[in-house]
Design a protein. Structure first.
Length: 92
């Protein structure tokens, strides 16, 4: 369960994203990068059964993720500043 602080931070981030999207349009969406070092697989009997069903080769597939190549972010630190975990998280 999220604390009130986490909820407030999420709301603030969502509002920032909406404002940037209204200013920059779809180009802004290409700048959002999410990532995680953990892969989690959640399999239920229903999802296992669905993955085993035969489908026609021309059947549309669900888009599960999007990949983008190229430079994702360039941000310069002020002279003399060192990157650390806190600063890195602030950038994201």
């Amino acid at each position: 369960m999220l604390t009130d602080v986490h909820k407030t931070k999420r709301l603030a981030s969502a509002l920032k994203f909406l404002n940037r999207y209204s200013e920059e349009g779809n180009e802004f969406l290409n700048k959002i990068v999410t990532g995680d070092e953990t892969w989690v697989c959640h399999v239920t009997p229903e999802s296992k059964q669905q993955s085993m069903e035969w489908k026609h080769s021309l059947s549309p597939t669900k888009l599960k993720f999007k990949t983008t190549s190229g430079i994702q972010l360039v941000e310069f630190l002020p002279r003399g500043e060192t990157i650390n975990a806190v600063r890195y998280c602030e950038t994201l």
